[in-house]
Write a protein that binds this ligand. Sequence first.
Ligand code: BLA
Length: 510
Amino acid sequence: SDAQVSVDLTNCDREPIHKLGRVQSYGALLAVSSDWIVQHASENLEGILGVHWDDALGRPLSELIVSDGFDRIRRNLRIIENPEGVLRLFGVALQANGRAFDVSVHGSGQHMILEFEPKFDKTCRDVLAEVYPQIALLRRDRDLPEMAQGAARGLQQLSGFDSVMVYQFQSDGAGKVVAEERADGRSQYHGLMFPASDIPAQARALYKRSLLRLISDVNDPGSPILPETGLDGQLIDLSLAVTRAVSPIHIEYLRNMGVQASMSVSIIKDGELWGLFACHHHSPRYIDYEQRTAIEMFAHMFSYELSRFEDGLRKRAEADASRLQTMLMGHMADGRPMSESLLAVSKEIKSVISHDGLVLFENDAFHATGHGFSEEEFRLLGRFLDRSIGSSVFHTDELGKLHPPARDYENRVAGMLAIPISKRPRDYLVLTRGPQKDTVSWAGDPAKPATMGPNGVRLTPRKSFDVWRQTVTGKSLPWKPVESHAAERLRTILLEVFLKVTDAANLERK
Ligand code: BLA
């Protein structure tokens, strides 16, 4: 039953974090059958609903809570007809004394799961009222780092956590703290990278379905759900449960970081997990479900603002590409050859897709501007391109990895974006980028995400988050999605131009 014993660093991804059989102490959980008979209850039920867990088993829910509360749940059930649907009810009276609870209801396998959190503070801030004004502030920010910082500040004010970070996933699953807002005004993790294993794959997958988790106290032993398994011998799937107790390995990680409470909220963009808001507190911290829901909405709206912002960039790139097209057409209409025309607009290309060097390879002729390939280097690369990239735009920020000869000149050309520009193979417009100058700073040595635990039985997450610098060689800044989009656009334009030119040439010949 002790699922974590067999989990170590090598199989971290396989810890069944959705089936750990426990809730956190701030809520009680019931699993009922389709006819409302209680089949499992968390051990802390008595402290929260006033009924001993063992007395609750086998009884209908309507006998455990007052009928007003029961009716309110039943009236809203259609929300959970959707398999991922979660019904949220706030301030529901469930006991004769009028005591209010926030309630979450969802389906899990054969069960309906109900979770109850007592409402402690009637005078608490109305977080929902603050969400819109905070989002309105974000609209004024002009670039991504500014938006992220604004969002971290907004969430820090909404949540009252000591520190709020915006953690952005990279393409390889590692993550970077792109904004940090702390009550003490310091900067602790801003700019640092964390390895992918800090948030294993199954956790990232879960965080796409369930958008917010609160770990209110790393020293909370939690409360087991009893009986532990159902008739099928399985633990209950708690993927969507808001009181789900979290992985003990992660609890250890938070302790190593010196954190007592943690809340993270998913940032989903275009259906993918773009990043997380990671919130830390130096002491235990509980925020009720109603406030957490408002915070979830804030994250949702931030995700929307992100998409809107990127749409804006794309539109601008689109307009730039149209301008480029007009200029190119103008040059060609003056009867200049394609190569000359292209080189004439290279500055404009640069303003759409930043680069250090440009090569036009057309009809076996090499033309270049800027700081990039020599002809010899390019001819060798050309053979690689002919073999491998087909007819669409191709880019890499680490050319040496795909084309080993490029290791020899990686101080000049580390990244490359190639645009095939004619119907026949071998004609390309290629943009290059020099190597990134920086080092990448990791929080701790990324090659050692864990160390041996105290008793040697299992590994524990690393203990040091001190900055660990890694020098990056042979890697350029990545090509952004808007840039590859603009490159696609440029490819279409060049194809069109090219066709027009060959048509004209054919006409002349006739
Ligand atoms: C979960 N790891 C998490 C979560 C975060 C991080 C945010 C989500 C849970 C939460 O809200 O706390 C990691 N937190 C970070 C990072 C920063 C931060 C990178 O604040 C940077 C600022 N973790 C390890 C290793 C393992 C591991 C070695 O370091 C496994 C062997 C596991 N992390 C792990 C697991 C979870 C997790 C299993 C899921 C916890 C759960 O939801 O049950």
